[in-house]
Design a protein around this ligand. Structure first.
Ligand code: GLN
Length: 489
């Protein structure tokens, strides 16, 4: 936890430099999990400066200081721009891209004293739910049901989640468009938080679906998530969809309100593919909340099952336009072969450097956006998106404070079983519970609950009305304390 590390800095039983070296060693020792694409060995110089600040006592230990993360190593998903550090989106097309600026959230973390320890593995351009479709190979989950039986880490922020779950570092940044933080955090037995859309700047996050992308946080505790949120919420937006809000920190630490809360359990999340163990866990969590005197009631959200199909159309459309820039002329990989036509140069550049999942989404997106199809697919999907968002609005209007659902339908599948499915099938099951929150833009968090009979983590998802992020984290913090999940050692 951040507070434990800071305490050790203060007592001088650990220095920022020693912590950084320890982090690099842990990354090296666990390199077989393939969590990192790039490791920042130069970060040691920054850690030295942090240590100097700590020794000078530059207000580092005061909670509201601007340097509250002095000397804390943080891993960053490889779709956030990082100045002077490669940013590949796990794609061959960006293999040589070194941004000249930091994403707004990275800039904030650095200004608060954090040291970026490296860039983490992901599905190419964040398209996936397993971290199996990366140009750098798959990331492996740190949890195993049996020796040498590898499970997927979940995705697309699998590298960030494995970095935290395996103890390489305490905090990582991820991005969530359809579940890419919550899905892997759930499979890795840690906490993953997707903020309200528009709360945190997307500036410098390489886009997947602009209308749904959210930078988010991965940690072992809700308290750490809250600490990082209070830093990244300060980001200078450079993002027209971002609003300026002030977080009420007192609300986070106030637990007296729990019994006044009304919790909704949406029936439609109880779908055919939901495993018995996950269902039991969901019921168990509902009973824990019920015993605390908060009101727990079933509700209906009738458009839930349409979310994944609708998302796949909207996703492909936004992907088709976002990916149009990677022609190899201004951006992206350029083939060294001679080409007779301009078209063939671009086609070769794209074919040789983009994976099959990315290419198929570009093709379907362009098909949906054809003049003759636009209304039938794109506009209809926008309408269904509105119906899904309305399901959420009705729940909030009926006075419920939170929705509680499973995060994933099962525990992490075996890598070999998952790889045998096509990307569409993978995402259809993986994103079922997480995706609707992106349609509505509401904040959502996953926290681990218990281990399954084969020793794999099972988690629960909590969602709250848009911009009630602090209240969501407060409730998650309370629930986390009740559940007492023991993290992987
Ligand atoms: N699985 C979804 C997709 O492939 C979600 C990805 C994400 O949240 N980045 O589009």
């Amino acid at each position: 936890m951040i507070s434990a590390l800071k305490k050790r800095f203060q007592e001088q039983t650990l220095s920022a430099v020693d912590l950084y070296i320890k982090t690099l060693n842990a990354i090296d020792n666990k390199s077989g999990l393939n969590a990192f694409i790039y490791i920042n060995k130069n970060g040691i110089k920054e850690a030295e400066k942090c240590q100097q600040n700590i020794l000078n006592g530059n207000l580092v230990f005061v909670e509201c200081t601007s340097r509250i993360l002095e000397g804390i190593p943080i891993a960053v998903k490889d779709n956030f721009c990082t100045r002077n550090m490669p940013t590949t989106c796990a794609s061959k097309t960006l293999q040589n891209f070194v941004p000249t600026y930091d994403a707004a959230v990275v800039d904030c973390l650095k200004s608060a004293g954090a040291v970026i320890v490296g860039k983490t593995n992901m599905d190419e351009f964040a398209m996936g739910s397993g971290t199996v479709d990366s140009a750098f190979g798959p990331t492996k989950n740190v949890w195993c049901s049996k020796p040498n039986k590898w499970h997927i880490a979940g995705g697309s922020s699998g590298g960030s989640c494995v970095a935290v779950a395996s103890g390489m570092c305490e905090i990582a940044l991820g991005s969530d468009t359809g579940g890419s933080i919550r899905n892997p955090a759930s499979y890795c037995g840690i906490v993953g938080y997707k903020p309200s859309y528009g709360l945190i700047s997307r500036h410098g996050l390489i886009p997947l679906v602009n209308s749904m992308d959210c930078p988010g946080i991965i940690a072992k505790t809700v308290d750490d998530i809250f600490k990082i949120l209070s830093v990244i919420v300060r980001a200078k937006a450079y993002d027209s969809t971002c609003i300026d809000v002030c977080l009420d920190t007192d609300e986070f630490y106030n637990t007296t309100l729990i019994e006044n809360y009304r919790i909704a359990i949406p029936e439609e999340y109880n779908c055919d593919s939901l495993s018995e163990e996950v269902k039991d866990t969901w019921n168990y969590v509902a009973s824990v909340i019920d015993n605390s005197k908060a009101i727990v009631q079933k509700v209906s959200m009738p458009h839930t099952s349409a979310s994944v199909a609708t998302y796949s159309v909207l996703n492909a459309c936004e992907v088709a336009s976002n990916m149009a820039r990677y022609t190899g002329l201004l951006y992206g990989y350029r083939s060294s072969c001679e080409h007779e036509t301009f078209q063939s140069l671009i086609a070769t550049n794209r074919f040789d450097s983009l994976g099959e999942v990315v290419r198929s989404r570009i093709l379907s997106g362009n098909y949906f956006l054809l003049k003759r199809n636009y209304e039938k697919y794109y506009e209809q999907s926008l309408k269904v998106r509105r119906l899904i968002a309305n399901d959420f609005n009705k729940v909030w209007q009926n006075g419920y404070n939170f929705l509680v659902t499973p995060t994933t339908l099962t525990t992490a599948p075996l890598l070999k079983d998952f790889k045998s499915l096509d990307n569409r099938t993978q995402c259809a099951t993986q994103d079922y519970c997480t995706q609707p929150a992106n349609m509505s833009g509401c904040p959502a968090i996953t926290i681990p609950v218990k281990l399954s009979s084969d020793q794999m983590p099972i988690s629960i998802q909590i969602m709250a009305p848009n911009f009630s992020d602090v209240r969501l984290l407060q409730f998650a913090n309370w629930l986390e304390a009740k559940l007492q999940f023991s993290q992987k050692q």
